[in-house]
Design a protein around this ligand. Sequence first.
Ligand code: BGC
Length: 916
Amino acid sequence: MSVGALVPTGLRCAHKEAPLSVEVDRVRFSWHLVGGGAGRRQIAYQVRVARDEAGLESGWAWDSGRSEGDSSTGIDYAGMPLQPAHCYFWKARVWDEAEQLGPWSSSAEFTMALSPRSGWDGCSWIGLGRDPAPVEAPAGDGPIDPVALAMRPAPYLRRTFTLISPVVSARLYVTALGLYRVSVNGVPAGDNVLAPGWTDYSKRFLYQTCDVTDLLVDGENTIGAIVTDGWACGFFGFDRKHAGAHYAPDPQLLAQLVVRCTNEDQRIATDGSWVSSTGRIVYSDLLMGEGSEPAREHEGWDRPGFDATAWRPVACRERGTAKLVADPGPPIVVAEEVSAKSVKAAPDGELIVDFGQNIAGWCRLRVDEPAGRLVTIRHGEVLGPDGSLYLDNLRTARQSDTFATSGGKESLEPRFTLHGFRYAGITGLSGRLDPDDVTACVVHSDTPRTGTFECSSPDVNKLFANIDWGQRANFISVPTDCPQRDERLGWLGDAQVFVRTAAYNRDVASFFAKWLDDVSDAQLATGAFTDFVPRLNHDYSASPAWGDAGVIVPWTIYKMYGDKGVLERNFAAMAAWMDFLDKANPDRLWTNQLGANYGDWLAPKGDLTPRELLATAYWAYDATLMAEVAAAIGRQQEAEEYKELAGEVTEAFRKSYVGANGQVESGTQTAYVLALQMGLMPEDLRANAAEYLVEAIASEDWHLSTGFVGVGYLLPVLSSNGYSEVAYKLLEQRSFPSWRYTIDHGATTIWERWDGYTEEHGFQSPRMNSFNHYSLGSVGEWFYRFVLGIELAPGASGFDRLVMRPHPGGSLSHARGSFCSVRGEISSAWERKGGRFTLDIQVPPNVRASVRVPSAAPADVVEAGGSGPARVAEYPGAVGQHEAVFEVGSGRYSFSGPELAPTGGESLGTGLSSRA
Ligand code: BGC
């Protein structure tokens, strides 16, 4: 039967749709395929790249010709040299499983970055035309004086110019030491916020590119910019540093407008011809908040015709040696607005607005007040017992915005700060506040949702939502630990436990592409990865399970997106880390160079897992992953060496920590989880070790005892070893410590600590108690991989091959969800009803899946209403104990069969089943 052709769609370059600036070493293509019928596959592809659409027909820069294979992601450009700042068009077509050549895709664009050598010639850093007056870090632990902050108004910068001939196109390239907002003739250029994001500004600046063709007018034009302290010059991290302590004393701008005109091109660069002043922003800081006095604004300052004679020439500074690189990551945006759920007065009269959701961002307030009133908005995650804002856990972060009203109806909204909050406390209004007058703006890196999940348990659905909200609030240029207190750092341990969950939830390919450059930038000369990145001026490094992120994160991103570019780019850094561990630990136990050695951080009963055991497990895991990484990018020799190293470290681990029957020293849940997850148990002892793990859980009366490090793999390890019912027990556990306990106590995001709040003790110490940390949400991957059963096949990457193996269990009568992979949407929906189990799945073209349907009678499982002929069924094969196995290609399939009683116990054969 002839079926329609396969057509590439969703074309991406550097994991972005039509990027405006791509560095030459990131030009890699991907697409997914559409086409009806079942079992559809690409067997070869052709890509063509040209300077213009006509060139795609003749005169192209690259024609890959027919390239064999099913690759549809990470296709490396291999044509004529690509010219800086030039726009290119590309398209792709494929041959399908029947050798049928499909039509060309629609064409897509990408534009190259500026020349790394000369692209910024003639541009200088510019800032306020006065001597910088750094604000000193306040002494002691007392509150920070807001007056000190108010003394630092934001520089306003402007330049007018006249267009010399009609415009063909105009691109604005901008970065800042601090944060910037740029406008052309008073209209904001782009909708990104908190740009340019955070990097180690002593090494690398990211510039953003915006098409401003439509904002230019004939004759006189104005570029206006505001720069504020941001990460570069403001308060950041936990050491109370400000103004110059981290990167620079004063915020500055570096920008250029490149106008292609019909006659002659025109370029307006930041230099001594710009002028500066200040305006309504009297202070602005990411941690502290923003203060705004409209009376100080020069009306029309950012538009042509403004009299700027009173403005001073800017202060100029040469460019220095830090790299200037096109931003490989997604922009930070206002992704959503949340309306207020209620407004109540606290005992002291402060109006407390509840948004019903903990987020990162800021508020927008509509007021109608006389001129000159001071309206203040404070932000907190939780309320104290009397209904007032609880702010103690913010430590020195103030999260407070103040606006002087200008009189009449107006909208008050900060732009250069960031708060972690569910509640806002408002003072200074003369009248009542209607909930409709206040909105929370949700701010994060633009990482579109790729995963969905829904099941019969509202609490489990709530947990899923909390995990995603925690991710959104912390994926802001870097993956941070928390968005509220004076910390907000890109801790590596947190990132490595959560990265797979993150990549199921949302498209984080370009987000991590950016951050992994930061990780390499921060790496010490010894090869040690630092514990957080960018590293500021601390030298915390090499902590087990934190430093290892330097290996685990690139490997996971490769597995999830199938693009080997991330491995090639980071291989040298990963190898240097391995050499560092190797040199320090000749005995093959990681007992030297343990850095700050956090252990199984924040385990609920304290950290009982020996730290060197944990460290050695991670080292072995790194070595195993490195063998896979090296093999994937054709480094056979290194692959062999890492395999050998993995063997040696595993051996040392077994000798030191594994008993004859499979007990692991200390007997903690985390010790068993790591040993099982990281391949450290001898094959014949795995079953025993899994039983001991279940015993360790049973002895806690079916509670978990894991901290940051053990928690992510806990449920996956249980399910992979036949103990899904135990995994569900932990998932659905209601009493402390558990995820549901946090939900029962009001959590709308994931808490930093299991005991962030308990009925017995109230709030944990405010010294470290965030209600928005994603780490303990690393259970999220289990929802996709095990509950829904959307799992990479062994050895697969980028979801080219799947094992679809749902693990029904617990109280769930159904679960359904999807994952939009780089090869297209994969979905899974199952139901247990009337003694039957049904499973509906969707597999996109160019993907093969081994479907494993759990059933009490595998031979009776049938596939009904499926997409038909291309299905290859190993049927009715009862493989393993209770599964029917089907090998399928793309299509929609529906399976059903007698339900497998969800005890999990009968197959355990452990005697523990009675307790399960
Ligand atoms: C952070 C964590 C981080 C840890 C290191 C904390 O202050 O909030 O998320 O991983 O320090 O142990």
